[in-house]
Design a binder for this molecule. Structure first.
Ligand code: PMP
Length: 466
């Protein structure tokens, strides 16, 4: 049943619904929201947002929420960013969409040129899709298909990391390892080889991130040695396993992985859908390991959070393996209706212009330092097990027992308490289980970062007091 939004006034007459309540009420009659137990809305109806500006969202009652999670990590330069909006308006009046097979257009060509020029060396080809999961499917299929085209028919499997996340479609889900999203669907999923994660939350006390990541790499090396003959690719989220709780590891793991994949004749797929476009402190996380993957998946921040778009970049060697006579049937026949959508490509170009004109990566360094310093204050709390940071991603992990890191049982939904409390304070935090994190738009200022951290501190206090 839809949540009852209007319980009536004390006089017996129904109280008038505010515009926000009216919209939420209508929503609950017809909409089914993602990643949500809809019954939760009986006590907390969806918040109807009227407009956004900078790092802020505003509801129909005029209440404002600081978007500390960039609306699922997509927004880079603020809501309703005027520069991106203007580019979109111009494009909408020129060409909104055109079939991308047999036809092309300037925004897609310019975007592909720009992406090739700013991504790690060797990535020379862009294949567009329209969301992150679709990009992962493209990369997996392309890798498998490459080996087929080369006559290597035994390479049909993938190696992925424990605690990884790559999306919700069946292929992407199969190479992910977050139980909450995956385990129910196991009977539908391909069989993947899972390597232990380099996630440094599990390092021994006194052990460095580098040493732990290197130690964990030994497992990957063994799996590659044993399975390379049947493995098409290894897929990883470089540096931060985001949906897995903002778990982080050292770039040395990626450096070693690149070298081992090349040595064993296995592709490396870097899923930078969440960490690309400056989130880890460099434009792309792979830069910190000085590596080029065989496939680079990008989405989310690609359009500054305006429109769905994704892209898989690959190299000349992969491209060449598909190039031939039609009748040889080596072509990559994957397609989506909205592939290379001109509006989305224009939004992406405007986003890249902002990066270049405002020297965002440099400017972010000071913001990251400030946010990290403020968040570090939470480390003293009796139920904060760790405060960790990678560039503009800062995470605070709460635990039942700080010393042993015994987690709170998930059924207690402590993160949900923090979410609700922060909302009341006008901050949109969306903890992942026991992990509160900040991944704000890059337009955030120090006062806003203070507000985020203070709301988290209060929320954590409240959620861990029993
Ligand atoms: N890969 C990673 C690393 C992600 O974080 C996500 C989304 N959270 C995806 C893939 C899937 O992207 P989408 O939600 O656009 O399908």
């Amino acid at each position: 049943m839809p949540a009852k939004m209007n319980s009536g006034s004390e006089s017996g007459h129904p109280a008038a619904l505010t515009p926000a309540q009216t919209l939420a009420d209508r929503d609950l009659r017809v909409v089914w929201h993602p990643c949500t137990q809809m019954k939760d809305h009986e006590t907390l109806p969806p918040i109807a947002i009227r407009r956004g500006h900078g790092a802020w969202l505003e509801d129909f009652d005029g209440k404002r929420y600081l978007d500390a999670v960039s609306s699922w990590w997509v927004n880079l330069f603020g809501h309703a960013n005027p520069r991106i909006a203007a580019a979109l308006q111009d494009q909408a009046e020129t060409l909104e969409h055109v079939i991308f097979a047999g036809f092309t257009h300037e925004p897609a060509v310019r975007l592909a040129e720009r992406l090739v020029s700013i991504t790690p060396p060797g990535l020379s080809r862009c294949f567009f899709a329209d969301n992150g999961s679709a990009a992962v499917e493209v990369a997996l299929k392309m890798s498998f298909h490459y080996w087929r085209n080369k006559g290597e028919t035994r390479k049909t499997r993938f190696i992925a990391l424990a605690n990884g996340y790559h999306g919700e479609t069946l292929g992407a889900l199969a190479v992910g390892d977050v139980d909450l999203y995956k385990s129910l669907y196991d009977p539908l999923l391909m069989d993947v080889i899972t390597a232990p994660s380099p996630d440094c939350y599990h390092r021994e006390s006194g052990e460095s991130w580098q040493d732990y990541s290197l130690r964990q790499f030994a497992h990957m090396e063994r799996l590659l040695a044993a399975h390379a003959h049947e493995v098409a690719a290894v897929i990883v989220e470089p540096l931060v396993q985001c949906a897995g709780g903002m778990r982080m590891y050292h770039p040395v793991y990626l450096t070693r992985l690149r070298e081992a994949c090349s040595r064993h004749g296995v592709h490396l797929i870097a899923d930078e859908i969440a960490v690309g476009f400056g989130r880890t402190g460099t434009m792309f996380a792979c830069e910190q390991a000085n590596i080029s993957p065989d496939f680079l998946c990008l989405s989310k921040g690609l359009t500054g959070g305006f429109l769905p778009l994704s892209v898989v970049l690959t190299n000349d060697d992969v491209y060449a393996a598909f190039y031939g006579e039609y009748t040889a049937l080596t072509a990559f026949l994957h397609s989506h209706s909205y592939t290379g959508n001109p509006l989305a490509c224009r939004a992406a170009l405007a986003t890249l212009d902002i990066f270049a004109d405002e020297n965002t990566i440099r400017g972010n360094a000071a913001k990251a330092q400030y946010l990290g310093r403020r968040a570090q204050e939470l480390a003293e709390h009796a139920h904060v097990a760790e405060v960790r940071q990678c560039g503009m991603i800062v995470a605070v992990e709460i635990a039942k027992n700080k010393g042993s890191r015994e987690p709170y049982p998930w059924q207690e939904r402590r993160g949900m308490r923090i979410y609700r409390h922060a909302l009341a304070l006008g901050v949109l935090l969306r903890p992942i289980g026991n992990v509160v994190y900040f991944m704000p738009p890059y337009v955030v200022d120090e006062a806003e970062m203070d507000l985020m951290v203070d709301a988290a501190a209060q929320g954590i206090e409240l959620a861990t007091c029993d």
